[in-house]
Structures are given as C-alpha cells and as structure tokens.
Design a protein around this ligand. Structure first.
Ligand code: BGC
Length: 812
C-alpha cells in the first residue's frame, strides 16, 4: 500500500495523507543551517551542530508522535486548522505534502480556504524561509487569522533537556515590529541570537509559552489561538517561544502571501549591543530584508533549484527501469548529501545529542558524495584525519562544531583506520588531486605533530598490519564495522556501554571482516604508493595483502568450509561458523571479502555468496546473521542483546546489503546483484509502505529480519551508510561506471534483461556520454569505443583537453 507517489519531473515525493505510518521527513539546508521537517510540519532547526547550537526545541519519544515543529494555524470562525494537519489534527478537505530536494511544500484546504507553504533554507544565508500563501476559494469574503508558532531551544540541546533548575530562569527575548528575537544567554558568553519574523505588520504576538498555549494546554489546543487573540506576552525565564498573529481579509478568489524567516545571527563580541542590554539587530535586519518580498524569495528558491540541477547532473542514468533512474538521478544522491551534512547526528531517531560525526561513518559517507562536492570532501578528509592518533588509531567520533575527537567514546575500533584509506582513495580516484596526500594534517588536533596525509594513511595501514591475533587476523578491539560485536567487553551490568566497557585492545579477539577490508583498502593504499612513486612500499603492502588473502582462505583461520568465519572471540573461539550453535553465518565477511576479490579465482567467493543466499536471504533483504541469538552472550556483547530479528541480531542491516550486491558483480552475477539491490531499494519498497513504514524515498538503517515479529518493518531512516554504499553499488558496480586513478572505467554488471542504457557523467571536468549496448549479457565488455576509436580494456583514458567524450560500450 502506498501513501503517496513519486513526481520524478519535479524531483518530489508527494504525500497524499498526513497519516503516514511514521513521520516522513525531509532535510533543509546544505551548508551550516539545517532543519528537519516532517510531512505534518514537525521538526527542528540548528546551526552547524545539532547538539550545541539548536534553535528550536523538539520532543523525542513523545505522544502524539512528532509533537513539535514550526506551525501555522488558521482560525476561520470557530474552526482552527493547520495546513500540515498537525498539531490541531483538524480534518482537512485537502492535504498534500511534497518533499523535494532541499525544500518541502504543504497544501491544506479547509472550508474554502487554501493555505500553501513552501519552506526551504536558501543557499547562502543562515535562515529558513517559509512562504505562506492563503487563498479564498469560496464565494464569500473570509476574515481569518493566521498564527505562527515556534518554540525556542536554549541552544545546547543536551542542557536544554536536563538543566531545568537553571534554564527556567534564563530565557530572554526582544520584540521589534514583526521580529521576535530569542536572546537567552546572550547577556553572558554567547554572541549569537535567533530571530523569527514575518514581512507584514502583525496584529499581536506572544513570546511566553504559557501565555500562548495556556497552562495545561498543548500545541494542538493553544488557548491564545482558540481565543483568536495573542497576548503580547514578553517571556522572562521559563520557555520562550515566537508566535505572530496576522488578521487577514480575503475577497472571493483573492490570495495573500506572507514570508516568515527564522534566522541565526552572530555578532562580533565588540559589537554585541545596540544600547544597554539591547541586542545589535543590524545583521538580522539586513538578512530579513533579503527575503521581504515574494520576488526575492522566488529568486532564492530558483537559486537553490539551480544548485541541485548542477549537482544532480554530475551522474545521471537513462535506462528502461524507471525505479533505477529515479533512485540514481534523484533520491539516492540526495540522501548521500544529507548523510554528508549530518553523519549520524540529527534525525528523528538520532537525537543529535549523543553522537557527533563518526570516523568510519563519515569516511564511508564520503564514497557517496565525493563526485558531487569534491572540495568539501577534501576538507572532510582533513577534518577526519586530524582526529587520528599518532599510532594510527582514531577517535571513533568527533563533534562537528569543535572538530575535536570525542573522548567519551574514545578509540579502539579495529576497522576505523582503514576507512580513512577508503575515503582518501575515493577522493583521489574521483578528482585526480594527489596533492591532498602532501597536506600537513595534525594528529589528535595537535599541529605540532602534524604529518602529511600520506603518513596518516601509512599509519592506518601499519596499525592494522601490526595488530594481529593468534590466527594472524586483525584484532577487533572494541568492535569493527559491526558496533555491536563487542568481543572484549564482557559486560554483565545494565548501563555499562558495550562499546566502552572492558579492555578495548584485547590481544586475542580477531575480525575476519577487517581482514577483508585489509585486502580491499591495502590494495588501494598500494596504488596510492605507486602514484607517489613509492614502489618499494607498494610492493611490501601488496605482500602483506597477499599474506592476508591466504589467511582469509585458510580453513584454520578465515575460511569455514562454505563461508567466511566472522571473527574469533576473546577465548579464541569462532564466531559465525558452522561450529557455533547460533550466529553460524554473518553477512559482513562474505560481502567484504568477496568484494575485495578474496576467493574469486579459487571458488570460495562463489561458495560464500551461495551460502548468503541459502542462509541469510529474505524477501525484504539479506539478514546480518543466522540463526539469531536467542540468549545474551557476554562474550559477544551488544549483538546478542537485541531480541531476534532486530538490529545487529539478525536484522536486515541495509548498510551491508550493497556489499553483497557488489560482491555478486565482482563474480559477474548481474541477476543476483540486482535482486539484492531491489530488495531494500525504496522505489521498490514503496509498494509495501504499510509494512516498511519509513519514508519510501530514502533508505533506512534496518529492516526487521525473519525472526522478528514485524518482519519487513524499517527503522532509523535517513542517516545510514546504506545511502553511500548503495550509490556506489548501483552507479559504480551495477551500471559499472567506476573512477580509477587513471580515468573512468566502464564495466557494468546488470541483469540479463536490463536492456541498453546511457550514463552521463561529469568527471574531472569532462562530460562523458556513455551508451551501453547490453546484448542480454550480465557482465563483460566486448568493445569500448571512445570518440569513435577502439580502446583496449575498460578504462577510458583521461584527456583533460576534451570537454565532452562520447563512449560506446558493447557488452558480450
Ligand atoms: C553505526 C555504524 C555501524 C553500524 C553497525 C551504525 O549505527 O553508525 O558505525 O557500522 O551501526 O553496527
């Protein structure tokens, strides 16, 4: 069952009812100012850092769900309603929400009044703009009142939700004309404030929550709105809000339009005040004047759309499969940009308080957006590498505002160092810019010990190479990619963190998965060594990789007979083996070892993937392990803490499904690669939205596995490495347009009935127009013709002197 439909022409998902199975949200903002907005106008806003600089408050885990947002109320006689249905939940005569690329549009119709809202964050300013147009579609004159409402957050979202003994006394506001200023803590150490304004004279306002809502009321039932008159309250402590009242008369057929702007403003310390305790509003007024007419707003909206046109033209596919076209050309790349901006910090499931930017997460996210914004990818790599320790290990997370490593979680995750190689290699393969390797980058943010980025990569590889266990496999530490496989933790008390409790660097517990990564990224590192003319080092690295390859295929180490072992626990026992009672087979080493090419020539690769199909496959995707753990295993950690079928305990963890699909392309099975791709693909799961429940235009982190009560139900949408890996899978492996250090390679692996297709790709400033004649073949390039000339192999030689290149690929 569907709750809306795709509008590909406008790059929108059109939600036809507010009563979606979960809030279906969108992200606004692309640089520093961000909002989350749901299909009922719920959500919140922050500047740069969802924890430290949050403008508006959100209530997680509350009922009714999705309880706070940026709302407009319309009072028409006794009827009070919202264009997005919530929070009053007054039944609407018509409702529509269009989530687009960096904007959302709402339409609500009630008793002949139509309210349309367009909300977006402009490309160049730290504000959110909402254009509200009200139209009288009836044949009588209408006298209505419009009310806006946002609830301020007291900046640090963590403090805001805990420190009430202080916070209920600190709130301060100012009002000037139609602009409501939130200036809590500005009197002391903050040089920033927020403003919410409308480009029309207002009839009244409120800034104190209790006055607006009324004691013991809530946003669905605000007393001042119900009374039809805001109270001009001035907040003092407690909970500051911003609400405007506009009294509007509309003749039949008449429309009126209002622009609301919510902005973040910073002042220089020496220029904080206009007069004693009166904030300097000049920068706010300058900003508001940039959006005070419809024409200015329309121009800013056009600028936003033009920016996205440019970005989304970098990789486009035209195939006979609409769903693939839609995901590749629009939604998958869009989600990659959002994960670039947010990492795992702020969603409806990530509170924005707990986690900053993940080291491994951000490195992997980079794989999905590096082609879109290579300059920012470059900065991101430097930021990430700056949190690495001198010995090659890394902080697991860092805070986006300070860019400092997060010492609460610390270090010791065995896979982290290798992801830095993955991200850097992807950047150089995309851009050809090897100068990044010479960039001086600090360790643990200490510039006095800075080394070139190449040295960081060397230490990444070296750390894993020199930290091995009894089977000569890499040590797992606190966990590897699977944050919940905590083999050194041995926690028995509730409340202990599975990731930080216990010794992080146990000398026994090993990860076969990291072994697969070592092969994949060891080879990429060796290529970078060659690029730098370090051929001796490259040879040494390749020798280590070759040795690891053998260890992975050794039945006394990595190979279990029908599939790859997952790990060895701290007692030296196998995890993910036929010898285990539960958790006999895990997905990660099968996907990653095979995509790294391990066992490709000798048959283990095919066997491992056949075992995945046999033991882990479901109609909703490939599960992370089987059989699920039915009891808690102290020696395995968090993985066994979940009930069977959920999360890392036999859920379908969407992130690693593309690894299996990529692995299938590596052994040439296009039918199966595509089958795996389809199972978690939003454009395909849209049809079962009532089961899947999360947004049908983007990926979620997890779908409940076969053991779960709600098999097929998605959870934790938006911020997941699934976005990047799926885009890598479909664009580079299935459609097969892969950036190498020497140029673009074209080597598709598609289902036999996929048909011919065309990819347009802007790469290092050259536009490639690639036509693939498929000939019913799953993999294999018979002919590569570049601008009319035949070329050997699959790599299009890079020629910077050309603006456009025509490529014909004949499969066979
Ligand atoms: C984390 C990832 C981790 C994954 C699997 C996600 O929540 O952000 O870093 O790889 O879970 O445990």
């Amino acid at each position: 069952m569907k709750f809306g439909h795709f509008d590909d022409e406008h790059r929108e998902y059109v939600i036809e009812t507010p009563k979606t199975p979960l809030p279906w949200i969108n992200y606004l903002g692309s640089k520093e100012f961000f909002s989350l907005i749901s299909n009922t106008c719920g959500g919140y806003t922050f500047y740069k850092d969802a924890k430290l600089l949050r403008l508006t408050r959100y209530r997680y885990n509350d009922v009714p769900m999705d309880i706070n947002g940026k709302y407009f109320y319309i009072k028409d006689g006794d009827c009070v309603w919202n264009p997005g249905w919530k929070p009053t939940q007054t039944e609407l005569d018509e409702y529509e929400c269009r989530h687009g690329i960096g904007y959302s549009k709402f339409k609500g119709v009630k008793k002949g009044v139509r309210a349309e809202v367009l909300t977006f964050v402009p490309v160049n300013d730290n504000c959110e703009v909402s254009k509200l147009v009200v139209t009288n579609d009836s044949s009588e004159e209408k006298n209505i009142s419009i009310f806006s409402y946002v609830e301020w957050c007291l900046w640090n979202a963590d403090d805001d939700s805990r420190n009430f003994q202080r916070n209920f006394s600190t709130g301060e506001v100012e009002v000037k004309g139609s602009a409501i200023y939130h200036k809590t803590e500005y009197r002391e150490r903050r040089n920033h404030y927020a403003v919410y304004s409308v480009n029309a004279p207002i009839a009244a306002f409120d800034t104190a929550r209790d006055s607006f809502l009324g004691l013991y009321h809530y946003a669905g039932d605000p007393e001042a709105v119900m009374n039809g008159k805001l109270t001009n309250s001035m907040a003092s402590g407690w909970s500051p809000i911003a609400a405007h009242q506009l009294d509007v008369t509309l003749k039949p057929g008449e429309s009126k339009s209002y622009v609301f702007v919510l902005a973040y403003i910073e002042n220089p310390v020496e220029d904080k005040w206009e007069s004693h305790n009166v904030i300097n509003k000049k920068p706010a007024e300058a900003l508001l004047s940039k959006y005070d007419t419809d024409a200015k707003v329309d121009a800013a909206f056009a600028e936003l759309n033009a920016q996205w046109d440019k970005l989304l033209n970098i990789y486009t596919v035209d195939s006979s499969n609409d769903k693939v076209n839609r995901m590749v050309n629009i939604w998958n790349q869009y989600q990659c940009m959002v994960t670039f901006n947010m990492s795992r910090s702020a969603s409806y499931y990530e509170s924005g308080i707990g986690r900053g930017m993940g080291f491994r997460d951000s490195c992997q996210d980079l794989l999905g957006f590096v082609h879109l914004i290579p300059d920012r990818a470059r900065e991101r790599i430097i930021d990430i590498a700056s949190t690495q320790f001198e010995d090659g290990r890394a902080y697991h997370q860092y805070q986006p505002l300070t860019k400092k490593g997060n010492s609460d979680i610390g270090s010791g995750f065995g896979d982290d160092p290798l992801w830095l190689i993955a991200g850097t290699s992807a950047y150089i393969r995309e851009t050809g810019d090897a100068t990044i390797l010479d960039e001086m980058v600090p360790f643990d943010n200490d510039m006095s010990v800075a080394q070139p980025l190449m040295e960081h990569l060397r230490r990444s590889f070296g750390y894993v190479d020199t930290h091995r266990g009894p089977h000569n496999l890499p040590l797992i530490g606190r966990a590897d990619w699977n944050d919940c496989l905590n083999l050194n933790c041995h926690s028995t008390q509730p409340g202990e963190s599975f990731q930080t409790f216990g010794p992080s660097e146990g000398p026994v517990a090993e990860s076969v998965f990291i072994g697969g990564m070592f092969v994949k990224y060891g080879n990429e590192y060796a290529d970078l060594c060659d690029l730098k003319g370090l051929n001796e080092e490259a040879a040494k690295v390749r020798a280590s990789v070759e040795e690891m390859n053998k260890i992975l295929l050794d039945s006394n180490a990595g190979w279990d007979g029908e599939w790859f072992v997952r790990a060895y626990d701290s007692y030296g026992n196998k995890v993910g083996s036929k010898d285990c009672e539960e958790g006999k087979i895990y997905i990660e080493p099968q996907g990653f070892c095979v995509l790294a090419g391990v066992g490709k020539e000798t048959g283990e690769a095919e066997k491992a993937l056949d075992s995945v199909k046999k033991h882990l496959d479901t109609k909703y995707g490939v599960m992370i392990l089987q059989p699920a753990y039915t009891v808690y295993h102290e020696e395995l950690g968090e993985v066994s803490s979940y009930p069977p079928g959920y999360k890392e305990n036999a859920g379908i963890f969407c992130h690693n499904n593309p690894w299996v699909s990529i692995a299938e392309t590596v052994i040439g099975r296009g039918d199966r690669a595509f089958e795996v791709y389809k199972k978690t693909c939003p454009a395909y799961t849209e049809e079962i939205s009532e089961i899947h429940r999360t947004e049908p235009y983007i990926y979620c982190q997890m779908v409940a596995g076969a053991d779960a009560k709600f098999h097929g139900e998605g959870k934790n949408s938006w911020l997941t490495g699934t976005a990047a890996w799926t885009f890598v899978n479909i664009s580079q492996y299935i459609l097969g347009v892969y950036p190498t250090l020497k140029g673009l390679s074209v080597d598709p692996c598609v289902p036999a009935d996929f048909g011919d297709f065309n990819v347009k790709r802007v790469y290092r400033g050259v536009e490639y127009d690639i036509t693939v004649k498929q000939n019913g073949v799953q993999k294999g390039v018979k002919e590569l013709i570049v601008d009319g000339a035949k070329v050997e192999g699959t790599v299009i030689p890079y020629d910077a002197s050309k603006k456009t290149v025509k490529v014909e690929v004949v499969m066979g």
